[in-house]
Structure formats: structure tokens, C-alpha cells
Design a protein around this ligand. Structure first.
Ligand SMILES: [Zn+2]
Length: 355
């Protein structure tokens, strides 16, 4: 794919008009207008899809994506902070960047809302729409909205976009290692917030990640998960904690996304994700099988909640890193579910900040 000039793509972010309102039910009036945030996020999603879908960690499109998103934030008057870091991949040292903005709030509490902007699965024609374009779009749009409307959040918020997650959470690891999370009280990771069957809020596993440099500082706190579940219930949203499954205690996920190193350094995390933990997937009940939709299985056994033939199944209900993770394909498979799920996360964060 030809790489277009970041400034040209940034202009598209200003000019494209997308009518999402018709797809979504009206939101109650909030200090943060969740519907406006969702409409803007949907617009950003489409620009990512059309022009920046091959943003593999370390490549030129990943670089261009960060530039374009930074320009959007700067256009809202936000000061973007950068961190460049190295990582090893394919036997050579490569570079990527994290970028973030901080909006001061009314209290001393400091929360990071973050997600990764690189993607993977290009060889299988993935565009990284749900993993993790939609989350990125929401993070950018919410920060922009707060800045443009001069809204002071109840606590200080850092909106962070991490590079090189797919190859081993290098961006979020570098962020934490450099001390940028030293005064952070909580971290919300948005990774694949749309696409899968069920909206979840997870907490970190009770057992410390083997990747923590020091297991003694690890936090498996479920406080933030419970706080957000309560917000969801009050706002009439659909987020749940998954019940326990073999290998996964109720509400707990694995360490495979950007929340890992925050938990390692003792920070309570919550991980917002659309998937389906009730499926017995290729490697068990880990949420990697995201949907029971029959088009995403060779054969799904609804009663056993797994593949009809576990030895022969090739698709496993997976959206991420496959050709299913393209905007057009997602709309074909799930209709309005994808923008509606994005809007649920938008409403969740808006309701949380409206306190
Ligand atoms: Zn992801």
C-alpha cells in the first residue's frame, strides 16, 4: 500500500462527514456528550480503515498513524507528549513511539485511559478495525471532546496511545519503565472494545504475570473493574464480568495486552473488551474466540460451545488478526453491533466522568 502524506490524511479527519446518529439510540444528556464523541470516533475509525490500516509495529504506516492522531489532538489545543523506544523483532532493532495527552482534573486522582495503535494480521488481510482502531478512535475523540468543550474531568486523565503492542506490549512497557506511570492510580485498557459477542470489563489475573520484573509490586486489584461495572449498571449499559471458567477466575483476564506492566507496578487495571469467554476456544476459555457467528467457524457446536471438531477447526470464531477484522466485513457480519458497542464504551467513559 502506498503511504499517503500524514498531513493529507489529517486534513481528511477535518473534512469527512459521517452520519452515525441514525445508527445509534439517543444518549441521555451528560456533561460529556457521548453521542458526539462516538460520531467523531466513528469518523476517525473510517480514516484509519481507509488510509492507515497497515500499521504494523515499526513500519512507516505506524509512524504516520501516530503523526495523524497527534495532529488531531493538537488541533483541539492539546499538548502531545512523545516517547520513542526500541524493540527487537525479526532479528533487528526497530523503533516505535507512544504518544499521550494529559487533561488536569478536579482531584489528585490520575487515571490512564490507553490502547495500542499498531495492528497485526496483515498477511491474513486484517485491517485492525476492532483490534484496535475503534478503541484508538474513541481515545482520541474523548480527549479531543474534553479539550474542545473545556470540560474539567473529576480526576486527571492521561489518554495514551501505545506502539508495538502486538509484538509484545513494548510501548506500554516502555511507558511504565520510563516512570510515566509513577503517579498513576488506575489504568483502563481499551483493546478490541467492539466486534465480539459480549461486552466485558476485566481485572488483572490473581497470579502475577511471569513478565513482571518484580512480582512483589504486582496488583490484581479488582477495584477499578468493580467501579466501572457499577457505572455501567447505573447507566443501563451492557458491560458484565465474565463468570469463572477453567483457568480464569470470575472477572479476570490474562496478561496479554497493555494493562500488563501497569499491573506489574501495582496499579489497579480494568480491561474493556468485546469477546465471548463462554466459548471453549482453541486454547480454552481465554476470549480469543470472540463470537459464535457461524460464518466465523468451519463448524460451531452450540451445545458444547466449541468446534464440532477441535482437530479440524480452522477459524475458531476469531475476528482479530483475520480478514474478519475489516470494517466492511464487520458490518456485513454484525450490522450495527460494532458502532453500537463502540458507543457503549463511549457512554461508559462519559458516565464515569459525569460524577
Ligand atoms: Zn489488540
Amino acid at each position: 500500500m502506498m503511504i499517503r502524506q500524514p498531513s493529507l490524511i489529517a486534513r481528511l479527519l477535518k473534512s469527512s462527514v459521517v452520519m452515525l446518529s441514525l445508527l445509534l439510540s439517543a444518549a441521555p444528556a451528560l456533561a460529556v456528550d457521548a453521542l458526539a464523541v462516538s460520531e467523531r470516533a466513528w469518523q476517525i475509525t473510517q480514516v484509519l480503515e481507509k488510509h492507515l490500516s497497515n500499521r504494523f509495529a515499526g513500519n512507516q504506516v505506524e509512524t504516520a498513524t501516530a503523526d495523524v492522531l497527534a495532529e488531531a489532538w493538537e488541533g483541539a489545543g492539546l499538548m502531545v507528549q512523545w516517547q520513542t523506544f526500541d524493540f527487537e523483532f525479526a532479528s533487528r532493532t526497530q523503533a516505535s513511539r507512544n504518544l499521550w495527552v494529559t487533561i488536569d482534573g478536579a482531584s489528585d486522582r490520575h487515571v490512564v485511559i490507553g490502547g495500542h495503535y499498531d495492528n497485526a494480521g496483515q498477511m491474513f488481510e486484517s485491517h485492525g478495525t476492532t483490534d484496535n482502531g475503534i478503541s484508538v478512535a474513541l481515545i482520541v475523540a474523548l480527549a479531543e471532546h474534553l479539550a474542545l468543550h473545556d470540560e474539567q474531568p473529576p480526576f486527571t486523565l492521561t489518554f495514551a496511545l501505545f506502539g508495538a503492542e502486538e509484538l509484545g506490549m513494548y510501548g506500554s512497557q516502555a511507558f511504565v519503565r520510563a516512570g510515566h506511570a509513577d503517579d498513576v492510580d488506575a489504568m483502563v485498557n481499551l483493546d478490541t472494545i467492539a466486534g465480539g459477542d459480549i461486552l466485558y470489563i476485566h481485572s488483572a489475573p490473581s497470579t502475577p504475570s511471569e513478565h513482571c520484573a518484580d512480582a512483589s509490586t504486582y496488583s490484581a486489584s479488582a477495584d477499578l473493574r468493580e467501579e466501572l461495572i457499577a457505572v455501567s449498571e447505573q447507566a443501563g449499559l451492557a458491560f458484565i464480568e465474565h463468570p469463572g471458567y477453567p483457568g480464569y477466575a470470575p472477572g479476570e483476564t490474562g496478561d496479554w495486552s497493555d494493562q500488563r506492566y501497569f499491573a506489574c507496578s501495582g496499579i489497579p487495571i480494568a480491561y474493556v473488551e468485546a469477546t465471548n469467554f463462554s466459548i471453549n476456544g482453541e486454547e480454552g476459555y481465554d476470549g480469543y474466540s470472540q463470537t459464535t457467528h457461524e460464518a466465523v467457524w468451519d463448524c460451531y457446536d452450540a451445545e458444547a460451545r466449541t468446534a464440532c471438531n477441535r482437530d479440524e477447526e480452522t477459524q475458531w470464531g476469531k475476528i482479530i488478526h483475520t480478514r474478519n477484522d475489516q470494517l466492511e466485513r464487520l458490518l456485513e457480519l454484525f450490522g450495527n453491533r460494532v458502532p453500537q458497542q463502540m458507543h457503549q464504551s463511549s457512554q461508559l467513559l462519559a458516565a464515569w466522568l459525569d460524577q
